[in-house]
Design a protein around this ligand. Structure first.
Ligand code: S3P
Length: 179
């Protein structure tokens, strides 16, 4: 049986991970796991409520557990949550078991894209633009350290999906194995 490595989309909030993930999964006919949705399903409550009642450290622990489980599986397209890079073990495990691709965009475009949705408590209260800028600055070295990068600032999810598949297929030499 052919075993295909996972395709893992990382990157800050609003860089297009979920929208691109859906398209890539559809085109390659693979299951999509959207980590935020997976966490909400598991916890039977919204990300907003997880942060509100149990705090960020608890959320990160659940996120870490989900990463470990996804790394046991193959053939997936995974749209991660933007903070998955904070824990280096997440990046290490995903890189061992899949092709990791980091999406990025400039802050003003991120701001437009995160206008909808309630699953981003870290930028909810107060000045959103400032929060995005500050968080991006702190996390920039973590995102930049990922070898495969796509700047989605002026790319549609369709074009981003094309680039993801291109990068994946280039890595396909070691991305496809047999079991
Ligand atoms: C987070 C990003 C969110 C979600 C949570 C924390 C982050 O996911 O996991 O609010 O720390 O960047 P998206 O990147 O899908 O918005």
């Amino acid at each position: 049986m052919i075993v295909r490595k996972n395709i893992i989309l990382m990157g800050f909030m609003g860089t297009g991970k979920s929208a691109t993930g859906r398209l890539v999964a559809k085109r390659l006919d693979r299951p999509l796991v959207d980590m935020d949705a997976e966490i909400e399903q598991r916890e039977q409550r919204s990300i907003r409520d997880i942060f509100l009642y149990d705090g960020e450290p608890y959320f990160r622990r659940v996120e870490r557990d989900v990463v470990k489980e996804l790394c046991e599986r193959k053939n997936l397209v995974v749209a991660t949550g933007g903070g998955v890079v904070i824990n280096p073990e997440n990046v290490r495990d995903f890189s061992r078991t899949g092709v990791v691709i980091c999406l990025s965009a400039i802050p003003s475009v991120i701001l437009q894209r995160v206008a909808v949705g309630t699953h981003r408590p870290l930028i909810e209260d107060g000045e959103k633009a400032r929060k995005i800028k500050d968080l991006l600055e702190i996390r920039k070295p973590l995102y930049d350290a990922i070898p495969n990068q796509i700047d989605t600032t002026s790319l549609s999810p369709e074009l981003t999906a094309d680039r993801v598949i291109e990068i994946y297929e280039k890595a396909a030499g070691d991305a496809v194995g047999f079991r």
